[in-house]
Ligand binder design. Structure first.
Ligand code: SAH
Length: 556
């Protein structure tokens, strides 16, 4: 079973996947479904309903002391995914090991949520079901686990959700309701048509489940909308309303519905188990409830705080220093040299940069990227060459000096020096007006273009989208990827006429702080996100800078 890092932190299977060998040796019913893979690992075929059922029953027995029976023709729950939802409900209601009162809408034959909630936390459940077979199995599963005091299974008519289940009890306030709704609107959706992006692989596990379990009129969207409308009448009879969603695209319209109805507290989360993603939505009419942050926000915050970094190992520093001094850098230590090489590359890339004060033995540059000059692309390179021919020649690497080459802080001559690679021959430290060279040197402009091609073509070629950590783990939604690429494309279409200084920049791709520092003999380069359109662009630039530096080490 492939388990994913985005499981709930308290999920017992998060860092400890089930040990199939051990379970097979202990449970003969399970053993017959465990095979040995070509690499010698014990594996279970999730496409076989019998195997999925055997694993579920075995895990419930081994880890929760529960004995259950489920017919093959009804939905067979997977334990780790169901546990994620239970743990999230614990977060919502502060209900870990606390007696709480909940409703499970559509409990299924397994009655898995009530059985887990009652066993783990002592929760009381009202479990509803429309399907006769499911109702019978659920009732039996509760009885045989001696949980009838905590779990009450009730049969309800198809058209109702919460209202009917609650009409007899007018006083009791429930802490929560949960629901794993029938996911699909019709047979086609159930087979995967429309519900997945065509680039995504087919489901890796079998979809067991009877007609009422997996299909509802209008799919999960309509089903959950009905729960929302019940909640608008019941309001504070429940502290939290929640439901799981099989499709990410259901989330936005449901949140919009809640917003339209003026529901004050709304949150969501995502559950991930191997290649299976699920989402969950929760809402409340109480003002004093704890509202857990959605995971994407948390992740984004963590990601935003964490700098991107790469390390240049001690062994290669001498060569980099030599290269820097050949380029006119007068600084002594490796931090100065690498700082100067980075400044040169940034100048070549026309990324505005300005030194900022920092600690001793450290160099910091404030970067403003206005256009995407580092991304792979033939057309881009042609355009770059064209611009290089037309633009004046640059003053070179200013050594350890104070004048930022890429980002003149004060108004200066129109954008001259920003995009030219410095060369050792014309880099004697002069700054200021390069007009003469500019106008005189169509030739040297071409030379510069060649410089760029020779030195950076390979690097440009090397920086493809694959190099870039686009957050495209198995759990990444296809939609997010598209968004990323579109943003990058839009970014690359920005006008190439650059403003003069970072301060004057109105439209930029992103701003970040680049720091170069020494760490135990190595040099570490960090890039801290400040603001902008898309952090992936900084990621691309980081990869480009790293490759440029490493390339010079490899060459010499
Ligand atoms: N909770 C279980 C089963 C989910 S499948 C699990 O997570 O594994 C959805 C279940 O909802 C099915 O058993 C289906 O019979 C039931 N159901 C469908 N419509 C319902 C309704 N209106 N009220 C209660 N249950 C319903």
């Amino acid at each position: 079973m492939s388990l994913n890092k985005s499981m709930h932190p308290r999920n017992r299977y998060k860092d400890k996947p089930p040990d199939f060998t051990y379970l097979a040796s202990k449970y003969p019913d399970f053993q017959q479904h465990v095979h040995t893979s070509l690499t010698g690992r014990p594996v279970v075929n999730f496409k076989e309903p019998e195997a999925v059922r055997a694993l579920t029953c075995t895990l419930l027995k081994e880890d929760f002391g529960l004995t259950i029976e489920i017919p093959l023709e009804r939905l067979i729950p997977t334990v780790p995914l169901r546990l994620n939802y239970i743990h999230w409900v614990e977060d919502l209601i502060d209900g870990q090991k606390q007696p709480r009162r909940g409703i499970d809408i559509g409990t299924g034959a397994s009655c898995i949520y009530p059985l887990l909630g009652a066993t783990m936390n002592g929760w009381f459940f009202l479990a509803t079901e429309v399907d006769d077979i499911c109702f019978d199995y659920a009732t039996k599963n509760v009885e045989q686990n001696k949980l009838s005091d905590l779990v009450k299974v009730v049969k309800v008519p198809q058209k109702t959700l919460l209202m009917d289940a609650l009409k007899e009890e007018t006083e009791i306030v429930y802490d929560f309701c949960m629901c794993n709704p029938p996911f699909f609107a019709n047979q086609l959706e159930a087979k995967g048509v429309n519900s997945r992006n065509s680039r995504r692989p087919p489901p890796s596990s079998v979809n067991t489940g009877g007609v009422t379990e997996i299909m509802a009129e209008g799919g999960e969207l309509e089903f959950v909308k009905r729960i929302i409308h019940d909640s608008l009448q019941l309001k504070k009879r429940l502290r939290w309303y929640s439901c799981m969603l099989g499709k990410k695209c259901s989330l936005a319209p449901l949140k919009e519905e809640l917003r339209k109805q003026g529901v004050p507290k709304v949150t969501h989360t995502e559950f991930c188990q191997g290649r299976t993603m699920r989402w969950a939505l929760a809402w409340s009419f109480y003002d004093d409830v704890i509202v857990p942050s959605p995971p994407s926000k948390k992740r984004k915050l963590e990601k935003a705080r964490k700098p991107l970094s790469f390390t240049l190992a001690k062994a290669g520093l001498k060569e980099l220093q030599a290269k820097a001094s050949a380029a006119g850098c007068t600084g002594r230590g490796p931090v100065d040299s690498i700082g100067a090489l980075l400044e040169k590359t940034l100048t070549d890339l026309r990324v505005l940069h300005k030194r900022v004060p920092c600690r001793r033995h450290e160099q910091s540059l404030f970067l403003t990227a206005v256009e995407n000059t580092w991304i792979h692309g033939r057309q881009k390179k042609r355009e770059q060459k064209r611009q290089l021919r037309e633009l004046p020649r640059a003053p070179r690497c200013a050594g350890n000096g104070s004048q930022p080459t890429g980002a003149p802080a004060a108004p200066g001559p129109p954008a001259p020096a920003l995009n030219q690679p410095a060369t050792a021959t014309n880099s004697s430290g002069q700054d200021g007006n390069t007009e003469n060279k500019t106008t005189s040197s169509h030739e040297s402009g071409q030379e510069a273009a060649r410089d760029i091609s020779a030195e950076q073509r390979e690097v440009l070629d090397a920086v493809t989208v694959e190099d870039v950590d686009m957050e495209s783990s198995t759990c990444t939604e296809a939609g997010q990827e598209t968004e990323t690429k579109e943003t990058a494309a839009a970014a690359s279409e920005l006008p190439s006429k650059r403003p003069l200084s970072p301060a004057a920049v109105q439209h930029f791709l992103f701003k970040c702080l680049l720091s170069v520092m020494q760490e135990e003999g190595d040099v570490v380069v960090e890039m801290h996100w400040v603001e902008g359109q898309n952090k992936d662009l900084m990621n691309q630039l980081c990869t480009f800078l790293k490759n440029t530096l490493l390339k010079s080490v490899a060459k010499s």
